[in-house]
Design a protein around this ligand. Structure first.
Ligand code: HEC
Length: 145
């Protein structure tokens, strides 16, 4: 019994647990220009989220749909990314980014089809779950150029 308690204590002490001040997100090494590119796209995401919300609140559905489409995959399929960036993206990264882009296309389509439906907010929330998931998973770190 005593031995079991000691074993349990040892295991507890050896098991790595995240300290409160520890950043447990996976590092995503990117060069300075890649980080500038990524964070620029991120700020566009956030600005569009604000604009779409404001447009929906005032009933300007045309503007909301246009703004959503601007962040979607259809428009950004030909987005000029820094060369080599693609190969650094993990499958999980690509999946969450794809989910966000496709989500904005669905949001535009849903708003265009019938902006009054609660479905608009459901699609909006689903789209944004990709932002939340990726932010909980990754942090950008400096990679030598
Ligand atoms: C595939 C991953 C991914 C997705 C999807 C994603 N982000 Fe990010 N975002 C990041 C990472 C990584 C950072 C940098 C976080 C860090 O290093 O601490 C970031 C940073 C940001 C920043 C800070 C920008 C700055 O200038 O510092 C904003 C704002 C942001 N994201 C908004 C969004 C919004 C809104 C969405 C969804 C519509 C979104 N992001 C989707 C990965 C993602």
């Amino acid at each position: 019994m005593k031995r079991a308690a000691i074993l349990l204590l040892t295991l507890t002490l050896l098991t790595p647990t995240a300290r409160a001040d520890e950043d447990t997100r996976e590092p995503a090494p990117r060069t300075a220009s890649e980080r500038t590119f990524i964070l620029g796209e991120m700020r566009k995401f956030l600005a569009s989220v604000q604009a779409i919300t404001a447009d929906l609140a005032t009933g300007d559905t045309r503007a909301a749909a246009t703004e959503a489409a601007a962040r979607g995959r259809r428009v950004n399929a030909v987005l000029a990314k820094p060369p080599g960036l693609d190969t650094k993206e993990t499958a999980a990264w690509k999946s969450m980014m794809g989910g966000a882009r496709k989500g904005f296309d669905s949001l535009a389509d849903t708003i265009n089809a019938d902006a009054s439906t609660p479905g608009v907010l459901t699609v909006f929330a689903d789209t944004m779950s990709n932002c939340v998931a990726c932010h909980q998973s990754y942090r950008l770190t400096a990679e030598a150029q």
